[in-house]
Design a protein around this ligand. Structure first.
Ligand code: 5RP
Length: 223
């Protein structure tokens, strides 16, 4: 029986196998954030000569890639990328996701938006019939915390400040439980429209293009 870490490692290796054929010597790869992505970076490092470098979604991933000898580029210098690889906190069969458990949701959404495809890597515990058991992370401008929390409560959520946490952008996170996420894209647009919200952790307007889901029987592809 494989434990969760072994499942994550298998998903990470599957992502390396998936992206390498897409990469050439001039290619930049988009890289997400989290424990699954850490394993992806480790598995990718031996192949660093096969592509130019990476665009990173967090200081955490940038540091790990620098340590592994993968050059990290400023996103402003990149026009396009063949793929963006990242984990998720939850993903449904329509490839809508909740992300941001690691607090990197905004940069993740930005880097993903520049890539031609989003490759989501998860162990099978993240695959859900309906999003919302995992509290939805919402990145907020500090002065707007109370105002945004009131608006989220009006949407039926129970927002809780992620205590002692500051994002790479100098902002804060509200983790919102209890939301009914019947229409992920509509809720994403609605929350993103609240003044003071930087972005919410729903990735549904632009979800994943492919999910590599790691289970006891191996890694399967969902599209
Ligand atoms: C970070 C994220 C991560 O992708 C998500 O939290 C999954 O992390 P892990 O691979 O550690 O389970 O969105 O902001």
């Amino acid at each position: 029986m494989l434990d969760q870490n072994a499942l994550k490692r298998n998903a990470a290796q599957a992502a390396v196998d998936y992206v390498l054929p897409l990469l050439g010597p001039d290619s930049i790869l988009g890289v997400g954030t989290g424990s699954t992505v850490d394993l992806f970076i480790d598995a990718l490092a031996p192949h660093k000569q096969r592509f130019r470098g990476a665009a990173s979604s967090s200081e955490r991933s940038s540091a790990r890639m620098a340590q592994a000898g993968i050059q990290v580029f400023d996103l402003n210098d990149i026009e396009t990328m063949p793929a963006y690889v990242d984990g998720a906190d939850e993903i449904d069969s329509g490839l809508n996701m909740i992300k941001g458990g690691g607090g990197a949701l905004t940069r993740e959404k930005i880097v993903a938006s520049v890539a031609q495809q989003f490759v989501c890597i998860v162990d099978e515990s993240k695959l859900v019939a309906k999003l919302g058991a995992f509290p939805l992370p919402v990145e907020v401008i500090p002065m707007a915390m109370a105002a945004v929390a009131r608006r989220l409560a009006r949407l039926g959520g129970e927002p809780e400040e992620r205590k002692g946490f500051v994002t790479d952008n100098g902002c804060r996170i509200l983790d919102v439980s209890g939301l009914d996420i019947a229409d992920p894209a509509a809720l994403e647009a609605r929350i993103n429209d609240i003044p003071g919200v930087v972005t919410c952790g729903l990735f549904a307007i632009a979800g994943a293009d492919v999910a590599l889901v790691s289970g006891q029987q191996g890694v399967r592809q969902l599209r």
